[in-house]
Structures are given as structure tokens and as C-alpha cells.
Design a protein around this ligand. Structure first.
Ligand code: AMP
Length: 281
């Protein structure tokens, strides 16, 4: 695996790849890699000739400064994991490569960035749009791989490629979970032992809610039951639990057969904000 730190070297390397008619798969990340990220790398390796992984903690998508500061950074360990997984290129730019000047672009994602994460993290998805479009411009991949763990982000990226008319196939990848069900996340390592133990309630609530919805309970009933369990312990601070149309992400009151639905949650465990989701039907 080669490590590239600047745009010029990246462009030169990838131009050669493209000239030999090879395809490029791309996995953008913020580092502190885990098996969830590696599953994206594996998919890219299977579907592309060359796999590029980027690690860049993008300041413009953080609405909370403390969250940005405490975000884990461990590039050497990450590079070792990527090497072992068979990744071809690690792109490790510093901020001046990504934002040579302030990025003032504003994207209009319609309604999908107004709800859920968008409603609770002002500016977050605009920042995601800025960094991903910039990385797409630099890497020009044939395919880009994104995890369903960040379900709303995936919808935003699809919208972004359509707004910018990019010829890049966006490949959704399954959520990788720990043995106790907790969705893998770089933020999990920031949890204390106690917080890590109780965080498992989040995926448990999703599974329970899904079963109860399929058994005929109303959306309100399952939401109330989940919130009651979370509110019973002050270690949790739920931000939302919503059942939505999986395409439009608008909230729904009851399941119906015409649209695929999904249940999404965001909840603080101590100071750490975790998100998760489960497709219902
Ligand atoms: P991040 O480094 O958190 O920005 O994530 C980089 C990519 O990895 C995104 O496409 C995420 O959706 C994906 N990802 C993060 N966690 C998981 C997971 N547990 N399973 C699958 N993909 C994941």
C-alpha cells in the first residue's frame, strides 16, 4: 500500500491507473478504523482494480467543537489495518489539500437534510457534501462505498452525486456490529467501561421496536416504550427515535405496504453521541 499526502501525487498516481483502464474504488473515512470500515475496503477490493481509502477528519461537518477535538486520531494503526486488508492507496491529506481556501458552497438537498441528524446537527450534511464532493473531485472513483450505519448520510451522498451529475456508483454496505449488537463506530472507543456496557440497549431497542411494529403496535407505542427505557437511566440522553419512509426519510405513523420503512435512533451515552438504525420491511 502506498501512502499519499498531497493532491498532486494522488492525481499523478491515479491518472496512470486510469490510463491502464483500471477501475478505482473509493472508501472515504475519518479514521480510527474498525471492522466496519474494513468491510467497505473488502467490498471495494472485490469490485474494483484499485482501492483508495482516505482518512480526513473533516472540520466542516462537526457542529460541536468538543466532538471534533475528542474525535480519535490514530493514523499509524489505521495504515497497518489498511495494509493488512489489502488496500492499495491511503490518501492522508492535511486540511490545506482539501480546503485550499474556505469552502463556502451551500448544497440544497431538499427535505432529506432537514430531519433526524440534519435537524439535530445544523450544517452537518452541508459539511459532508463539501468534503465528499471535494474528495470525489480528487479521486474520481468509478465506485464509492458507504456504510448503511450512516443511513441518512448515504441518502445525502446519492442526492449529492445526482445534483453534481457525477458518474460514480454509490455502493451501500451492511452495518457491522459487535457481538452484543452495538453498531461498530469510531466513537465507541470513547465510551467508559460502564457506558460501553449499557450502550447495547440501543440496538436491543431497535430490534424490539421492529418486532412490536410488525406485531401491529403503533409507531407511537413503540417510540414511547423505547424512550421510557432510555429515560429510566440518566446515562442515556435520547435525541430522537423515528420510524421513517426509507426513501424520503419522512416520519410515518404506521407501517404500510407501499414503502420500505426504517427505524432510526440517536442517543447520547454519557457524552458520546451514537446513532443506529434498522430496516423494518
Ligand atoms: P466514518 O469514518 O465514521 O466517517 O465512516 C466512514 C465510512 O464507514 C462511512 O461510509 C460509514 O457509514 C462507514 N461505517 C462506519 N461504521 C460502520 C459500520 N459499523 N458498519 C459499516 N459501515 C460503517
Amino acid at each position: 500500500m502506498i501512502i499519499i499526502r498531497n493532491n498532486r501525487d494522488l492525481e499523478q498516481y491515479l491518472n496512470n491507473i486510469r490510463q491502464s483502464a483500471k477501475t478505482i474504488g473509493f472508501v472515504p473515512t475519518m479514521g480510527a478504523l474498525h471492522a466496519g470500515h474494513i468491510s467497505l475496503i473488502k467490498q471495494s477490493l472485490q469490485q474494483s482494480d484499485i482501492t483508495v481509502c482516505s482518512i480526513f477528519v473533516n472540520p466542516t461537518q462537526f457542529n460541536d467543537k468538543a466532538d471534533l477535538e475528542r474525535y480519535p486520531r490514530m493514523p499509524e494503526k489505521d495504515a497497518k489495518m489498511l495494509e493488512e486488508a489489502g488496500c492499495n492507496v491511503l490518501f492522508l491529506p492535511d486540511i490545506t489539500e482539501i480546503y485550499p481556501e474556505e469552502d463556502k458552497r451551500q448544497f440544497d438537498f431538499g427535505t432529506i437534510d432537514k430531519v433526524l441528524e440534519g435537524a439535530h446537527r445544523p450544517g452537518h450534511f452541508n459539511g459532508v457534501g463539501q468534503v465528499v464532493s471535494r474528495l470525489f473531485e480528487l479521486v474520481k472513483p468509478n465506485k464509492a462505498f458507504f456504510g448503511l450505519k450512516d443511513y441518512q448520510q448515504l441518502q445525502i451522498i446519492k442526492k449529492l452525486t445526482s445534483i453534481l451529475k457525477l458518474d460514480i456508483e454509490i455502493v451501500p454496505c451492511e452495518i457491522m456490529r459487535e457481538p452484543d449488537g452495538l453498531a461498530m463506530s469510531s466513537r465507541n472507543m470513547l465510551l467508559s467501561t460502564e457506558e460501553r456496557k449499557v450502550a447495547t440497549l440501543i440496538p436491543q431497542l431497535l430490534v424490539e421496536a421492529k418486532q412490536n411494529l410488525l406485531n401491529g403496535q403503533s409507531v407511537n407505542q413503540v417510540k414511547e416504550a423505547a424512550l421510557k427505557k432510555l429515560n429510566a437511566n440518566p446515562i442515556y440522553k435520547p435525541e430522537y427515535i423515528e420510524v421513517c419512509d426509507a426513501e424520503t426519510l419522512t416520519s410515518i405513523d404506521s407501517l404500510n405496504n407501499t414503502c420500505k420503512s426504517i427505524i432510526l435512533i440517536a442517543c447520547f451515552v454519557g457524552k458520546i453521541r451514537l446513532i443506529d438504525n434498522l430496516v423494518i420491511n
